[in-house]
Design a protein around this ligand. Structure first.
Ligand SMILES: C[S@@+](CC[C@H](N)C(=O)[O-])C[C@H]1O[C@@H](n2cnc3c(N)ncnc32)[C@H](O)[C@@H]1O
Length: 366
């Protein structure tokens, strides 16, 4: 296989653009596509993408392509594929196939041919629950073989054990912060912080901590894996000093305890502070103005919508009265609730969030 290949960074739908911006900031030349971003690189780029990207949900290495017009041809070409260049004989794998606009239209039959080729030609075991997944896409009769180099979704940073109601995914939180213009230097405040996702992500970004520093990845099971080079890459990520101006509050005392525990596990307890208070009791932080980012209850998943209008109106009033100079971002599935704040908001693109469609609504400086 070539030293350089296409690497597809899977995005949360609607957050492709900030992911591309993040990849560009890390030195790649990203191309935005529906559902993700393509970069070109080698195995060390795959490791670095998994270790450092905050907005990707997984990283796929496109390791090969061939045409197949029917199943017998797929079988033959899959048997010739240099599996030993990428897979290890002793690591169980499974294959997932999708077919689109192709003469081969039966994904199950295609999966069976490719799995059999891997088992018989390479000798690797197949297992329906294997952690290592080979993703095969057959589109216009072209078979693309990708390896899922991530394993468990990248929003699982490995620090959040405690989860409050309706938590925001870390990958989304990081991209919404980026869309607010957060670059690690500004204070951040989330007055309905739940399990603390926005505040902890912001503090980690400020401290230069790699999001994947505490977890394992699928690529560690591949033939190309070099443990010494990986340790060196991880070890080179030195945290930088950061200002302790990342604030969360919530009216729910158990949410605050979770936030504190999560921040502790993430190694950012000293940069964050969490207080149990309702939005009406919010106090202006003593630092220079920064970014408020909040993901209030929507009603679709938790509670009913009616009283939420009053809550949003009160929240907007509090922000106007106490947070002059700050900028506000509200993540919600309900445009009417965002408008009920009375804040001058502009909406961003629709983003898929656990079956809901949310948007980031932003103000300028209040
Ligand atoms: C959708 S959740 C936020 C989830 C959070 N972004 C996370 O990642 O875990 C909404 C939060 O708003 C809090 N909340 C609801 N009403 C509130 C109020 N009046 N004052 C403060 N917090 C409130 C809830 O306790 C809940 O934790």
């Amino acid at each position: 296989m070539d030293d350089r290949f296409e690497i597809f960074l899977v995005a949360t739908p609607g957050l492709e653009a900030p992911l591309a911006a993040e990849a560009a900031a890390l030195g790649w030349q990203p191309v935005v596509q529906p559902g993700g971003v393509t970069i070109t690189g080698g195995w060390t780029d795959v490791w670095r993408a998994n270790l450092w990207l905050r907005g990707a949900t997984r990283v796929l290495a496109r390791v090969g392509q061939f045409r197949a017009l029917h199943l017998a041809q797929l079988d033959k070409r899959a048997r010739k594929f240099p599996w030993a260049d990428v897979l290890c004989r002793d690591v169980p794998v499974r294959v997932e196939t999708t077919c689109k606009a192709s003469r081969i239209y039966h994904a199950g039959a295609a999966t069976q041919r490719i799995e059999r080729a891997i088992a018989e030609e390479l000798g690797a075991p197949l297992a329906p629950d294997a952690a290592l997944v080979i993703k095969v896409r057959i589109e216009d009769d072209l078979v693309t073989i990708s390896l899922d180099t991530t394993g468990e979704s990248l929003h699982k940073r490995g620090h959040k054990e405690a989860v409050a109601k309706a938590p925001m995914r870390e990958t989304m939180a990081a991209m919404f912060l980026r869309e607010m213009g957060f670059d690690g230097s500004q204070p951040v405040l989330d007055p309905m912080c739940g399990s603390g996702t926005f505040v902890i992500e912001a503090a980690e970004i400020a401290a230069g901590l790699a999001p994947g520093r505490s977890r394992g990845f699928g690529f560690q099971q591949l033939a190309s894996f070099d443990p010494a080079a990986w340790d060196a890459m991880r070890g080179a990520a030195a945290p930088r000093p950061a200002i302790p101006h990342f604030f969360g509050s919530d009216r729910d005392a158990s949410a605050i305890r979770m936030s504190q525990a999560n921040a502790q596990r993430a190694g950012v307890a000293a940069l964050t502070s969490f207080d149990c208070r309702a939005i009406g009791d919010l106090e202006r932080p003593g630092c220079s103005p920064g970014i408020v980012i909040v993901n209030p209850p929507y009603g679709a998943r938790i509670g009913n919508k009616g009283p939420l209008f009053g809550l949003h109106a009160a929240m907007g009033q509090v922000f106007k009265e106490r947070l002059g100079g700050w900028r506000v971002g509200i993540v919600t599935s309900e445009g009417a609730l965002a408008k009920a704040t009375g804040l001058p908001l502009e909406s961003g693109p629709v983003v898929a969030h656990g079956g809901l469609k949310v948007r980031l609504w932003r103000t300028g400086v209040l």
